[in-house]
Design a protein around this ligand. Structure first.
Ligand SMILES: Nc1ncnc2c1ncn2[C@@H]1O[C@H](COP(=O)(O)OP(=O)(O)OP(=O)(O)O)[C@@H](O)[C@H]1O
Length: 123
């Protein structure tokens, strides 16, 4: 463990930010590519409609929070998928629960964001 820490665990803020940026890259690219291929066009569409409608600053803040929550939930989902792959490749009911709950969290965030987004844009 001591050797592992020396080799891989960053000790500087620069190193820690490097890990975070790598996490965004891996979370979107390697693990979440299929999901982000749906999220990103939908988000671009929402932003385009918001521009077209000329929403207020307060409404922009709400839309940006919704988008951020969905992206963060998706990356937590990717993180749990990565951890599950490391734990076992065999069927495990707890892994199944963990993965299903993570997917459920993304689904919940998307439902909430879609509801708030529709209310902000059209009501
Ligand atoms: N080791 C396992 N043990 C039990 N069930 C598993 C296991 N691995 C995957 N599953 C089941 O398969 C589902 C999908 O798995 P996983 O999330 O890895 O695939 P995915 O297609 O990459 O998902 P996503 O679309 O969320 O990115 C899980 O929600 C879970 O129900």
């Amino acid at each position: 463990m001591a050797e592992l820490e020396k080799a891989f665990v960053p000790t500087t803020w620069f190193g820690k930010f490097g890990c975070a940026f790598r996490g965004v890259w891996v979370g979107i690219g390697a693990y979440g590519a299929a999901s982000f291929a749906v999220h990103i066009p939908v988000m671009a569409g929402v932003l385009a409609v918001a521009c077209w409608l000329g929403v207020s600053w307060d409404e922009w803040y709400i839309l940006l929070v919704c988008i951020t929550v969905v992206l963060a939930a998706e990356m937590f989902n990717s993180s749990i998928e990565a951890l599950a792959k490391a734990v076992t490749k065999e069927y495990d009911p707890h892994i199944r629960d963990a993965l299903d709950i993570a997917s459920g969290a993304v689904f919940t965030a998307v439902l909430g964001a879609a509801t708030v987004g529709l209310l902000v844009l059209f009501f």
